[in-house]
Design a protein around this ligand. Sequence first.
Ligand SMILES: Cc1cc2nc3c(=O)[nH]c(=O)nc-3n(C[C@H](O)[C@H](O)[C@H](O)COP(=O)(O)OP(=O)(O)OC[C@H]3O[C@@H](n4cnc5c(N)ncnc54)[C@H](O)[C@@H]3O)c2cc1C
Length: 406
Amino acid sequence: MKTDERPILIAGGGPVGVVTALALAKRGIPVKVFEAQTEINDSPRASTLHPATLEMLAELDLLGEVTTQGLVARTFQFWDRPARRLVAEFDHAILAQDTTCPYVVQCEQHKIVKMCIDKLAAHPHASVSFGTPVESVETHADGVAITVAGANGSERFEGSYLVGADGGRSLVRKALNIAFDGYTFPERFLVLTTPFDFGTEHGVAFRAYFSDPDEWANLFKVAGDDGKGRWRAVFPTLPGQTDEEVMSDEACESRLQKFFPKTGRYDIFHRNIYRVHQRVAVRFREGRVFLAGDSAHVNNPIGGLGLNSGIHDATHLAELLADVRAGKRPESVFESYDAIRRPTNIEYVQQQTIANKKRLEERDPAAREANFEALRKTAADPAAHRAFLLRTSLIESVRKIKAAAE
Ligand SMILES: Cc1cc2nc3c(=O)[nH]c(=O)nc-3n(C[C@H](O)[C@H](O)[C@H](O)COP(=O)(O)OP(=O)(O)OC[C@H]3O[C@@H](n4cnc5c(N)ncnc54)[C@H](O)[C@@H]3O)c2cc1C
């Protein structure tokens, strides 16, 4: 059989697009990535990389760099925020027999994008273009074509397949008329980045979830571009609040002071506010076009699962594309992409993140106490502790997929 030498086209040079590109390029497959922005977006977004994802990044020779540029977080915690009381702590070390990476690495997503692009530069059959938004998509029985805007006007590119890794507002998904079912939360999420050391001052782990009927919070530490370390605090805002009401110096200061009072003002490096959704595309594939990452599914960030599941899409898809291109498996195997990735996202990412948010914002005192008790009991029982972490670290989802394939 003659190998199809046309490139695989990728719309979107975010983390999922470039991980897909690297996984393909390393197998010798020609690939072209088109990114709308003119440079890597370095605003604070995802950073948590779970054990199952770290194993995938290890296969792409990215684990060492991700670990060096990130922070290893073996434990995470649940807190009762109004009482400022630690409820339970979970330790990934209990997964030592289950994974080569019994820990989480917090590595900012823009660093992951840069690492992948640097590695792609070593593959002459791979290219990444910035400032090139994909404008339209054509699909045929035996190929795809896209038009891309560039400095010299629109240009048309043909390829064997197209991966839509172009984020939550995906043009590729819309071009194929694929509905994005689900809902948008009425409240937006605020992220404040500060160098204040919640770990040394208050014993907070590098990743911590605070339950509060009035204002839940997440706190996690990242290395920062200078490696000096900084904390990101995530809070819900009230529906209808304006940017000014939420983002002003005074509003941010009083929110952090209410969280953990301290003498002197908080130094705030960065603030951003964003809309949060729970949505899943009704199909992840249409002929020779695939959706991966946020273009296929979006979720709230509590639990740090969105980017992880996008990387799982990327590695899964790259393997299928490589196998079909090499003639090892028939094209019909592509049906498994939608048949596996979609329910896996619903079961392990949508359901989990919805439950995580509900647990943090629970208002009923008896239900809150029952949640705390359940977390304490789970943390105290080694078998339950391990089972809980197998699920949250996405190892269980990967095992389930493997078992179904055997
Ligand atoms: C403000 C914010 C904060 C977040 N915080 C967290 C968090 O704390 N924890 C967490 O787990 N997740 C978080 N997320 C979600 C997480 O960032 C995403 O799950 C992750 O970025 C998904 O990667 P992706 O590559 O699929 O999509 P994206 O990162 O969105 O990348 C898509 C890329 O496609 C490009 N693009 C769009 N349209 C086109 C086009 N037509 N042509 C070419 N390129 C195009 C975009 O410019 C972008 O670079 C956050 C998201 C946002 C928006």
